[in-house]
Write a protein that binds this ligand. Structure first.
Ligand code: SF4
Length: 160
């Protein structure tokens, strides 16, 4: 819902804290998640993400969540699905050139980023091109796998 999406950017600071808390808890629980099996968890995780992120952010379930870097504004709501800043068509009023009834997703992302204060650098991270094969999969489980892999790499580099 558009109104909810705008509310989430206004409250990006607290929502980002909650979001990071959830991710942190899942990373901590990763041995258990692995025991159960990510394949088995994929559907229930996706269902929870779809409902919660869909309600709060109009998330389009791309499976490669950037909310923490985009002021809690989902870039997939951009009609051109641009993931690295606005196109050249943003109206002087901040409205979208394709859907003039809505604010440009990236104007909202900047507002949300400013509300997050300490996260202002995050919006400058260049996002990878979208991998359409990951659409409809759990971004949280993917994040858990990436963090685990990162920790394992750091550990093996430290012991070498
Ligand atoms: S104005 Fe903003 S939301 Fe609209 S197409 Fe351009 S970047 Fe996307």
């Amino acid at each position: 819902m558009y109104r909810m999406r705008r509310w989430s950017a206004k409250n990006s600071r607290v929502l980002h804290k909650i979001y990071s808390g959830v991710e942190g808890a899942l990373v901590k629980a990763s041995p258990l998640l692995e025991k159960i099996g990510h394949e088995r968890l994929e559907k229930p995780f996706m269902a929870v993400e779809k409902v919660t992120k869909g309600f709060l952010f109009d998330s389009q379930s791309c499976g490669q969540c950037t909310l923490g870097s985009t002021g809690m504004s989902c870039p997939m709501n951009c009609p051109k699905t641009i993931r690295n800043g606005p196109c050249g068509g943003v109206r002087p009023t901040g409205k979208c050139e394709v859907k003039p009834e809505m604010d440009c997703v990236w104007v909202v992302a900047w507002e949300g980023t400013k509300n997050m204060k300490t996260e202002e650098q995050a919006i400058q991270i260049v996002q990878q091109p979208l991998d359409a094969r990951k659409k409809g999969t759990s971004a949280w489980l993917r994040e858990v796998r990436q963090k685990r892999q990162q920790a394992a790499t750091e550990k093996s580099a430290g012991s070498a």
